[in-house]
Design a protein around this ligand. Structure first.
Ligand SMILES: Cc1cc2nc3c(=O)[nH]c(=O)nc-3n(C[C@H](O)[C@H](O)[C@H](O)COP(=O)(O)OP(=O)(O)OC[C@H]3O[C@@H](n4cnc5c(N)ncnc54)[C@H](O)[C@@H]3O)c2cc1C
Ligand code: SF4
Length: 450
């Protein structure tokens, strides 16, 4: 343990958000990073508990060695701390920015939990700044060739590990830039796209080949010794009312930020209604506000979660409590109130408006209809699995949830064909996709070794 009394002397201190008024004027990083002293003080709070729940199944899916690198960080050994972190975490610059930090919710200090996510971000960014992060090219190659279909976090994690193990890896991606939802999905203010591009350049220098603008075809089965399908689960849940799907809107917004042009789908000056009260809906709220929408409302079918944990949701489980994310905070700043309206959905579209209705369970309550202005309806109502086309092309059946999860729970679909990430598990989190990509890579490695 770094400092036995650290957690009693130092209060939890996360990287603060930039001021809402300032950050709404651009798509730059939301957070302000803190200097080395502050990070070391935060690391000193880790008690190295006898049972570190932060790295258990309740906590970090990568089982990051959190107490160990916090201790090294506190002792001023940032480089050693980074090396310890990189033993399990392939891309801390992604998780350090977008992970909901399951580890912190499982921390023994509960509401005063360690700031593991910010600490890990500090370590990797310090590593890049100081030139400690260099291409690690494998000393020997096995001569085995692996194709990874999809360059989201699961594909990148699988490619990274297989490359380190000496296999020749090619990532096949249909989009014009690599990164999957890290690139086109998660907005720039949460994850600046230069950070994604920097990692791709590093992987290329390490020997991973990227084929962009390329649709994976089943012929690759004969060209490679193994193929891993990491195509994601972006098939959106549709509504009875036409609108723009959230990922299409967010992709257009990121393309505009990257090219410096006007977005193809622009919320500027429009009344925006977002259907879906989750994280994707929140990203739409934050993006619409930055584009200068006239106003934004977020509809959620479910009741508002409780402010505090309820009895059947004890620590160290993830707390199913009310969170107010950056986009909602920005809407409160700009509009004076929380944009979320609970137990409500859209019933029908009208010219320049939508009719909403209150719900009891999933049933509309007669007489509660309301007409609200709407000239851009964004649908962020969840996802229903992976694309049927890719599954059909590779001759594999999706399960009842629309995913490619082998019946035995492994990653192997048949012969030399594997799956990983959201395509295997359904829409999840970046950190889970990374863990799943690495697990698939280990299965492929065992298969290739015979
Ligand atoms: C808007 C949004 C915001 C999110 N924010 C967060 C967040 O803040 N934190 C968090 O932890 N998680 C977040 N998530 C969830 C997270 O992004 C996903 O769980 C994660 O990206 C899944 O990774 P993946 O590699 O399985 O798939 P994806 O990231 O979906 O990548 C799949 C890739 O495969 C490619 N592909 C598919 N089929 C083919 C084919 N036939 N040929 C070639 N290429 C193909 C696609 O173009 C895509 O690039 C968010 C999700 C969304 C939608
Ligand atoms: S990846 Fe997420 S859960 Fe794991 S240590 Fe980092 S912030 Fe915590």
């Amino acid at each position: 343990m770094g400092k036995p009394t650290g957690f009693m002397e130092v209060a939890r201190g996360e990287n603060p958000y930039r001021d809402a008024a300032a950050r709404l004027c651009d798509f730059e990083d939301l957070h302000i990073s803190q200097p080395a002293d502050a990070r070391r003080a935060q690391a000193s709070r880790c008690m190295n508990c006898g049972v570190p729940f932060c790295q258990s199944d309740f906590g970090c899916p990568l089982h990051n060695l959190i107490p160990e690198w916090n201790d090294l960080l506190y002792r001023g050994k940032a480089r050693e701390a980074l090396e310890r972190l990189l033993q399990t975490a392939p891309f801390p610059e992604f998780t350090g920015r977008v992970c909901p930090a399951l580890c912190e919710k499982a921390c023994n200090l509960e509401d005063e939990a360690l700031t593991n996510r910010d600490n890990e971000l500090y370590l990797i960014e310090t590593g890049f700044e100081n030139g400690w992060v260099q291409p690690r090219v494998p000393r020997a190659r096995t001569g085995k060739r692996v194709a990874v279909v999809g360059s989201g976090p699961s594909g990148l994690a699988a490619a990274d590990l297989l490359n380190r193990l000496g296999h020749e890896v090619t990532v096949i991606e249909r989009a014009d830039r690599a990164g999957g939802l890290l690139m086109y999905g998660i907005p720039n203010m949460k994850l600046p796209k230069g950070v994604v591009a920097r990692r791709i350049r590093l992987m290329e220098a390490e020997g991973v080949r990227f084929l962009l603008n390329t649709e994976a075809s089943p012929e690759i089965m004969g060209e490679y010794d193994a193929v891993i399908l990491c195509g994601g689960a972006k098939k959106p849940r549709a509504l009875n009312v036409a609108g723009v799907f959230a990922v299409d809107y967010l992709t257009a917004a990121t393309r505009a930020v990257l090219s410096g042009s006007e977005p193809v789908i622009d919320a500027g000056g429009r009344h925006v209604v977002v259907v879906g009260g989750g994280d994707t809906g929140n990203d739409c709220v934050g993006t619409a506000l930055r584009q200068g929408c006239a106003c934004v409302v977020q509809l959620e079918m479910m009741p508002a979660p409780p402010a505090e944990r309820i009895a059947n949701n004890p620590w160290p489980e993830w707390p199913r409590t009310l969170r107010t994310d950056y986009g909602q905070l920005e809407a409160i700043h700009r509009q004076g109130s929380d944009p979320r309206i609970y137990e409500t959905t859209v019933r029908r579209a009208l010219p320049g408006a939508v009719e909403t209705v209150k719900l009891r369970g999933f049933d509309p309550i007669p007489g509660t209809e309301q007409v609200i202005p709407c000239d851009l309806l964004l649908i962020a109502a969840g996802f229903v699995g992976c694309e049927a086309e890719t599954a059909a092309a590779f001759g594999v059946e999706r399960n009842s949830r629309g995913n490619l999860l082998p019946a035995d729970g492994s990653h192997r679909l048949r012969d030399n064909l594997f799956s990983a990430g959201d395509m295997r598990t359904g829409q999840s989190l970046v950190v889970r996709a990374l863990a799943d990509g690495r697990a698939a890579a280990m299965e492929v490695h065992a298969f290739l070794k015979g």
